[in-house]
Write a protein that binds this ligand. Structure first.
Ligand SMILES: Cc1ncc(C[n+]2csc(CCOP(=O)(O)OP(=O)(O)O)c2C)c(N)n1
Ligand code: SF4
Length: 252
């Protein structure tokens, strides 16, 4: 099937701004699900609230569009009730790590078989570009017009420390790598976290004068490297991509 066959056309046009990265992630998720060979009625997509969370409306699987920050709690209930279904949770970085931060670390600790795909655009997109726990030090947002005075979480380290049994990072620039990693995460039994660096050209891009969506994606190309590469040794500031943790997960 084509990507469009997995979409609910009655909800289109979508709300995403031109150049937003979230559509690239949604297409990657669809391709991963198709590659694994899951049928539509074997997948449940549970989301909170945010631009990224709108996926639960657009995707033609079983879906629940729940409360901001609470998606993992709802998803845990779904998995406990129907462990035969594959439960995927698309999240924003605010949704996952600000209001939903406690749910996130405890989902990782419990290691229930859920896949959290965190679209890290480093900002609250839907509500107007406020800073999130993923906004780096010195970066501008609506709530930090002169630059953030706080450091950001390292999502990979946070998820690993909290006990997630599959932890990976990729970007919207690396679309094929993203699809492969999402497929691995979905097939992994246990709590899987995939950080996808995604672009919000409208708020993050504009406030920090980073150009359009393509310019920000070129930044992902230039500012990242695969885990353990020679480039990383020469340029320690590069952000690593790939699978950081892949160990035995939970029974549920
Ligand atoms: C309980 C609650 N608090 C706050 C909000 C307002 N709100 C909606 S989306 C959002 C943040 C969205 O940012 P993020 O989760 O990073 O997703 P993005 O829009 O960037 O994809 C907030 C604060 C809400 N809907 N419910
Ligand atoms: S506000 Fe940002 S995150 Fe939301 S749809 Fe627009 S570009 Fe995407």
């Amino acid at each position: 099937m084509a990507v469009k066959d997995y979409l609910r056309h009655r909800f289109f046009p979508h709300i995403w701004c031109p150049g937003c990265g979230h559509g690239i992630v949604m297409a990657g998720m669809i391709r991963a699900i198709e590659q694994i060979g899951l049928k539509k009625n074997e997948v449940v997509v549970v989301s909170g609230i945010g631009c990224s969370s709108r996926m639960a409306g657009y995707l033609d699987f079983h879906t629940m569009h729940t409360l901001h920050g609470r998606a993992l709690a709802f998803a845990t209930g779904v998995k406990l009730g129907r462990s035969d279904l594959t439960v995927i949770v698309p999240m924003g970085d605010g949704d996952a790590l600000a209001i939903g931060g406690n749910h996130f670390i405890h989902a990782a600790r419990r290691n229930i078989d859920l896949t959290a795909i965190v679209m890290n655009n480093r900002i609250y997109g839907m509500t107007g570009g406020q800073g999130s726990p993923m906004t780096p030090f010195g970066i501008r947002s609506t709530t930090a017009p002169f630059g953030s005075t706080d450091p950001a979480f390292d999502l990979v380290q946070l998820a690993t420390g909290a006990g997630a049994s599959f932890v990976a990072r990729t970007t919207t620039y690396h679309a094929r790598e993203m699809t492969k990693i999402i497929a691995q995460a979905i097939q992994h039994r246990g709590f899987s976290v995939v950080e996808v660096m995604s672009q919000c050209p409208i708020y993050y891009g504009r406030k920090n004068k980073l150009g359009d969506g393509v310019d920000i994606m070129k930044g992902f190309r230039d500012e990242t490297t695969v885990i353990g590469s020679k480039k990383k040794e020469a340029h320690p500031d590069l952000i690593e991509r790939g699978v950081f943790v892949d160990k035995e997960g939970a029974v549920i």
